[in-house]
Design a protein around this ligand. Structure first.
Ligand code: M6R
Length: 366
């Protein structure tokens, strides 16, 4: 049931802190360290892995993009993220030293399952991150990491996404410790920060309701909208724009903020809404320059950043501040406001937010 919420999607957005807590806490042993029971690599086996592919579709792919960065840091090997429907036809280099990580909320997505089977037949080890116990993907994998999101009913994925991110953070810390590429003090510090994320998500949800409604009213009649970001913020922008497209039917595109000037900036007109996610310290200053160039073409710019970056107000029409966490964890925090923007834009337009047109919850055709 919707338990007092108007729609499943809103309920599921609000369930994120609990879903995140469940995904983490069930994995902590009595000493507070991460124990992943259905992942059985020996140290020798993990050392032998020389390449990782992450394969998924839609929102799960966006989680995979963040996961790529997490695992690159943790394992110090090449990690490639690919889309389920493309991976099989891209002649991937796979052998027994390749780890293929499959991400799927339902565990039944046809393109993703076909990728799993293809990779397995070439000798790869398969590790799956899924939300459905006993799903096809779960059954056919060598290693498993369940997200504890609980059933996700709304077609638009919210709590499955944020728990997939958590799964990657847990996996990175766990495998990094096994491989000894992450020092123990770094491990402890990152794990402590991860444990504090659910509380911040709670806070960000509360603080995002009013701004989300105001932005929804502002963008409701626009023909086209851009989400910009760099690095991890670009991946959040991809997820933000997918959410807005599937629910509001507004044409929304995500761009790596630095790439805009190579063509896409031609689309910016007076009043075009541009929502910029700017949380990553490495690229913050460059993102500010990118904002200035869209502003100069007349865009209406909304900046989403952390509270230590008040200077963003000088270049944006509207600034929204979110909780500040270690950069690697910001994708969990940054996605909340865009989820709510998509939700309110959809209901203000009178759309069926839980069952948007042309879409199914689980896509079982290739
Ligand atoms: O069940 P899966 O995670 O494999 O589903 C993948 C995509 O179909 C799914 O994430 C889709 O993109 C969502 N509707 C996005 O909100």
């Amino acid at each position: 049931s919707k338990e007092g919420f108007d729609h499943f999607m809103l309920k599921e957005i609000y369930q994120q802190p609990e879903a995140i807590r469940n995904t983490i806490e069930r994995r902590l042993d009595e000493t507070g360290r991460i124990q992943l029971n259905e992942i059985n690599f020996t140290k020798a086996e993990i050392n032998a892995i020389d390449k990782v592919y992450i394969v998924a579709c839609g929102t799960a792919y966006h989680a995979g993009l963040v996961g790529k960065q997490v695992l690159k840091n943790a394992l110090q090997v090449e990690v490639i993220a690919d889309i389920g429907s493309e991976f099989r036809y891209s002649d991937p280099f796979i052998d027994q030293n390749t780890l293929v990580i499959i991400v799927s909320q339902s565990g039944e997505t046809a393109d993703t399952l076909a990728s799993l089977r293809e990779a397995k037949s070439k000798g790869a080890r398969i590790l799956s991150i899924t939300n459905v116990v006993g799903s096809s993907i779960a059954r056919e994998s060598d290693h498993l990491l369940y997200t504890w999101a609980g059933p996700e009913i709304a077609v638009a994925s919210t709590k499955a996404y944020t728990t997939q991110l958590v799964a990657f953070y847990l996996l990175g810390l766990y495998l990094g410790r096994l491989k000894e590429t992450i020092a123990d003090n770094t491990y402890q510090a990152r794990l402590n920060e991860l444990k504090s994320i659910a509380k911040s998500v709670e806070h960000v949800i509360e603080n995002s309701i009013e701004p989300a409604k105001a932005i929804a009213e502002k963008i409701i009649d626009c023909n086209s909208l851009f989400y910009l970001g760099r690095g991890l913020d670009y991946y959040s922008a991809l997820e933000a724009s997918l959410k807005l497209k599937e629910l509001s039917y507004i044409h929304a595109e995500a761009f790596a903020a630095g790439e805009l000037k190579h063509g896409t900036i031609a689309l910016i007109e007076a009043g075009t809404p541009v929502i910029v996610i700017a949380t990553q310290s490495k690229t913050y200053d460059k993102t500010i320059s990118n904002i200035k160039s869209v502003k100069a073409r007349g865009a209406y710019v909304i900046g989403i950043t952390t509270s230590d970056h008040k200077d963003i107000e000088q270049v944006c029409d509207k600034a929204i501040y979110i909780d500040n966490k270690q950069d690697i964890y910001m994708p969990i925090i940054s996605v909340i406001l865009p989820q709510l923007i998509a939700y309110y834009t959809s209901i203000f337009k009178g759309n069926d937010v839980d069952k948007p047109r042309n879409l199914a919850k689980s896509v079982t055709v290739e």
